[in-house]
Design a protein around this ligand. Structure first.
Ligand code: COS
Length: 385
């Protein structure tokens, strides 16, 4: 299909496909098995300028937007979404600065990120997953400083990132309106990391706790204003969910490729299995779902980049919901097409199926996405809210 990619986007797709084939494919199994973060590949991303893809040129970025990020993450995720996540989660940690940073904060942090410094976003806690305004990490005012105490859970890129966008409560009584967003640097005293999680999929990505114990952060590190942390988080997620959608899309597209290739070489009853309608109909459905997901994700990403839509929550949630459900269905079917071989670690489709599952869960479960979409529909119809 002709998606009318720009020259930059075509170049990004080709470069990422080359990185996937030459650098990621030979090592993806190792990092998945070892549950290890691929620093060497992050260097390749940095050298290629991928960390600056979605950052303005005046901060040494490439001046692209969500669509450019989507193309990169989709293409890299075809080979390994766990590795692509190092880039996607950096974007997630960067969006609060892009959307709400002061000129000074942007100059200081965006230029570093564009040069290859990894970032992360810290909202989730043990008791605050879907209920994001229930966070318990506190930031108590002390003169020009805020003292952070608490633990963030399941933070992607934790320990590897140098720059963290952290949401903490500055006024518990005010609920969602009592949260504040801070930029916290890795080596700040009082800021340490908890255990590395042993995950089902995306095992090449680093997922750890962030632990704050009397961690002093200067007020100049606040993003937006005191009390605006929840809005910073929500607007960030609106911007980043198409990134998860593109990760899911890449996983699904990768699994489809594997299934088609296998079906042409695997012979049963004297014929390649693609000659059986039971298989070819499955492949046809998988391909149709992938293309439908791609069309939706691209249109949503472009709409966000245009900046004309006032409320992007609904379409952003739709892209993540549809693409991640597609990824789960298509990878499950890919394992089915490969049969017993699909279930074995020697073939990549079982890893793709494991990797797909998280896209229905993180950056808001798909139940939360439906909730967001439903609330938007009611608001738009003027009946509620
Ligand atoms: N953009 C701007 N403002 C938003 C917003 C958005 N996308 N979403 C909510 N708000 C505002 C609301 O308008 C409301 O403002 P007022 O206080 O002025 O009325 C405020 O934020 C609180 O909103 P709401 O009452 O809807 O908050 P809830 O506590 O009910 O939570 C959901 C809403 C469920 C949507 C939110 O908690 C959520 O997104 N949860 C999932 C979190 C998530 O994705 N976690 C993954 C972490 S990153 S891996």
């Amino acid at each position: 299909m002709d998606y009318q990619l720009t020259e930059l986007q075509t170049n990004i797709r080709d470069i990422c496909a080359q990185i996937g084939e030459e650098k990621i494919k030979p090592i993806r199994e190792h990092y998945d098995t070892a549950n290890e973060f691929p620093k060497e590949i992050m260097k390749v991303f940095a050298e290629t300028g991928l960390f600056g893809l979605f950052i303005e040129e005046k901060y040494n970025g490439m001046g692209g937007g969500v669509m450019d990020l989507v193309i990169a993450v989709e293409t890299l995720s075809k080979t390994c979404s766990g590795i692509a996540l190092g880039l996607a989660a950096t974007a997630l940690g960067t969006f609060p600065i892009i959307l709400f940073g002061t000129e000074e904060q942007k100059k200081k942090y965006l230029t570093r990120i564009a040069g290859g410094t990894i970032a992360a976003f810290a909202l989730t806690e043990a008791e605050a997953g879907s209920d994001a305004s229930g966070i318990k990490t506190t930031a108590k005012k002390d003169g020009d400083y805020f003292i952070l105490n608490g633990t963030k859970q399941w933070i992607t890129n934790a320990g590897e990132a140098e720059i963290y966008s952290v949401i903490a409560m500055t006024n518990k009584e005010k609920g969602a309106r009592g949260a504040t967003a801070f930029i916290v640097e890795k080596d700040t005293p009082g800021f340490t990391f908890g255990k590395k999680e042993n995950k089902m999929g995306i095992r090449a990505s680093a997922t750890r706790e962030l632990v704050f114990q009397d961690c002093r952060i200067h007020k100049s590190q606040i993003l937006a204003r005191e009390g605006m942390g929840f809005i910073v988080a929500m607007k960030t997620l609106d911007q980043s969910r198409p990134g998860v959608a593109s990760q899911a899309l890449g996983i699904a597209a990768g699994a489809l490729d594997e299934a088609v290739a296998y079906s042409k070489t695997r012979k049963q009853f004297g014929k390649p299995i693609c000659a059986f309608q039971g298989i070819s109909f499955m492949l046809a459905d998988m391909a149709t779902q992938v293309e439908a997901a791609r069309a939706l994700v691209y249109v949503v990403a472009r709409t966000i980049d245009k900046g004309e839509e006032k409320d992007i929550s609904k379409i952003s949630a739709m892209s993540k919901l549809f693409a991640s459900d597609t990824a789960m269905r298509v990878t499950t079917d890919a394992v089915q097409v490969l049969g017993g071989y699909g279930y074995m670690r020697e073939y990549p489709v079982e890893k793709m199926m494991r990797d797909a599952k998280i896209t229905q869960i993180y950056e808001g479960t798909n139940q939360i996405q439906r909730d967001v979409i439903g609330n938007c529909l009611v608001k738009e119809s003027g009946k509620g809210g």
